[in-house]
Design a protein around this ligand. Structure first.
Ligand code: GUN
Length: 169
């Protein structure tokens, strides 16, 4: 088997830059089923993407999603997830293939919280996962984290928020 580098994975999977950082491609949307009615409008029942972080784009910046998201680790180096819940509590989880070290192959992130991800050092220079979103992904359910607003809301997490958002001053 070839040991791929980040650029080879981006090409092979036809990934595009994501607004959060990293790269993605939607692989599925449930368009064979009726759409779901939600408070914010019609959504697919389920959508799925590949998501990739690389040494050149190692951070998936803080963002909020209303939907539940299941994450599945596929290949490369481990990814660290930082979750901030509505009550301000923080959770750090690592997705990767070292299951004996407690790294996760599968991770559920509930809707209604803030999430960021970061590529950890390793020999591959990329980490590849999939995300299954239900109700299906829609920008109307998603907010990018604004550094000023997030630090005002969660001052106790200022250092993490500064590391995992863009400086947009
Ligand atoms: N994040 C999770 N799923 C999706 C998707 O389908 N599109 C975009 N742009 N971001 C996502």
């Amino acid at each position: 088997m070839h040991k791929p580098n980040a650029q080879a994975v981006i090409s092979a999977l036809e990934l595009e830059p994501h607004v959060e950082g990293g790269y993605f491609r939607r692989t599925f949307q449930a368009d064979q089923r009726p759409m779901l009615e939600t408070e914010r409008g019609e959504r697919y029942l389920m959508t799925s993407i590949y998501y990739l972080l690389t040494e050149q784009s190692p951070i998936g910046r803080f963002h909020f999603n209303e939907s539940d998201i299941l994450h599945f680790f596929h290949a490369g180096d481990a990814l660290e997830y930082t979750l901030i819940f509505a009550d301000g509590s923080l959770q750090t989880l690592v997705m990767g293939s070292d299951i004996l070290a407690g790294q996760l192959l599968q991770m559920h992130v509930p809707g209604g919280i803030w999430k960021a991800s970061r590529l950890l050092d390793g020999s591959n220079g990329f980490g590849l996962i999939s995300e299954v979103v239900s109700p299906g992904f829609d920008f109307g359910d998603m907010q990018m984290g604004d550094r000023q607003k997030l630090t005002a809301q969660f001052p106790q997490h200022r250092a993490l928020i500064e590391k995992l958002t863009l400086d947009e001053d």
